[in-house]
Design a protein around this ligand. Sequence first.
Ligand SMILES: Cc1ncc(COP(=O)(O)O)c(C=O)c1O
Length: 457
Amino acid sequence: MATSAADLATIIEQQEQVFVRRQPESARLADLAARSLAGGVVSSWQISRPQPVWLSHGAGSKLYDVDGNCYVDLHGGYGVSLAGHAHPAVVTAIRAQAERGTHFAQPTETALMVAAELQRRFGLPLWRFANSGTEATMDAVHLMRAITGRDLIIKVEGCYHGHHDSVQVSVCPDDDADDRGPAGAPASVPASTGIPQAITDLTLVVGFNDLAAVRRRLDENEHRVAGMILEPIMMNAGIILPDPGYLAGLKELLHSRGALLAFDEVKTGLTAGPCGATGMTGVTPDIVCLAKAIGGGVAVAAIGGTEDVMSHVANGDYEMVGTFNGNPLAMAACRAMLTEVATPDAYERLEKLRRRAVEGLEQEIERHDLNAQVVSVGAKGCVVFSAGPVRNFRDFLRVRDAYSHAHWLFQHNGGVFLPPWGKIEQWLMSVQHDEADIDRFVANFGTFAAAVGSRRH
Ligand SMILES: Cc1ncc(COP(=O)(O)O)c(C=O)c1O
């Protein structure tokens, strides 16, 4: 028997009331903010229901809101906070660099150390830096076009690569009004207003794990496709793992048609493992995009490429520029992150915590007879509220978001901060989390499961 939508709505309403009662100061600041910040927040993804949470500070694995509530941070700043908060190595590095100047727009030696470590981890020889995931994937798309002299790119339905025009296509076409087209040949759906149709039409869309669809797109557009960009592990639709052989198949297929392969490892980067999805799967693409966690909480991105790809940057054919690229403060934080935080010991600890979380959650799912599964990789994971496995965006559409929202509220009211975007997002543990943090997370999940479970949904 299913938990009715009405029951779930009542549970959500009760939890939202608790949420709002605990956060009067956040409500006050949200009201005030409406007068100076568009939409009352600094990025639209900070608008969450029932109200945005205003934070005071972070320390270790914890976050503190302006009402004095303490949370175990599993939000992770949307995939950034692998170091946790105020990690001593990151603080020391930033402080030392701040005392020596924070910006020159000239290279500093730290960039060499960062590049060397990225070479080692991701198996690509040449690197450049930028400031956000959006910039990194924008450069990747430009590069694929510059190198091949072709305009079309292929993108996966349900992947988010930032907010530049070419990839703001079929990001999460979940609205009833969206004309998604058939699963085997998805339509290109603009993800936002302000994206010209002419640019949307240059982005061809395929389903994740569908190699045949990529072949069809290449056949239909012979010598016109510059390359394909994808998250090698999808992390903007819960977590969806690549089928065995899928990524290697893509590389071979694209190369056979003179097209390139770019991995967007902005989210997976250091969080899926020390060498990202690239290291995990053993498939090295032509271009890797990194951002988020590599900066230990400072805005930075990196673009790595093969000798062939980066020769187009080196010889000035493609002008890869940016005032803040390789900024010394960002490089200092990156160096600390790569050499002192994301260490083999840290990954060993994270793996133990991952296992503890997965086992605990799975026990609660079993105990309360929920249609849900835990998907995790490295420091990241999520509970997917569906009866069967999710292999692509069309499967993901069937996951009921109300369960994810209810879960988020139970966690929040119980002192664990997950990312607020329901079924889309996942948890991120940091190197500063401990067993007690994970146990609180699992206990809250148990309370949630007892409220919505014991019945099939
Ligand atoms: C996979 C992926 N790529 C790119 C981006 C864009 O990164 P940024 O927000 O730093 O521009 C994001 C952001 O969430 C992301 O998840």
